[in-house]
Design a protein around this ligand. Structure first.
Ligand code: SF4
Ligand code: SF4
Length: 87
């Protein structure tokens, strides 16, 4: 089963919460590549923006994929409940 993204774009509007995304931040926490709610460079987006590939590269030694998904869903829920976007 793959990660269920609701395509709300909120994670890409909160980059200021993690310094690893500083290079993408347009200044207010929103990614300079965000177009509407979608990634404008989706096919070439960096590894740190790829949920599946990031798991195998950075987190598979620390937690199961189920745990990883749960952590990510929790962040999605937080972002959606505090959303910055208009949609
Ligand atoms: S916050 Fe979650 S649901 Fe919304 S775009 Fe990001 S990954 Fe998808
Ligand atoms: S590159 Fe794309 S997926 Fe990554 S933060 Fe920017 S808009 Fe979001």
């Amino acid at each position: 089963m793959s990660f269920k993204c609701l395509k709300c774009g909120e994670c890409c509007r909160n980059l200021n919460l993690s310094k690893i995304y500083a290079d993408l931040d347009s200044g207010d926490g929103t990614c300079k590549y965000l177009t509407g709610n979608l990634c404008g460079i989706y096919d070439t987006r960096p590894l740190k923006c790829r949920i599946e590939e990031s798991y195998y590269t950075f987190f598979s030694n620390e937690m199961t994929k189920d745990e990883y998904y749960k952590k990510n869903y929790k962040m999605c829920e937080h972002f959606i409940n505090n959303k910055k976007g208009g949609i």
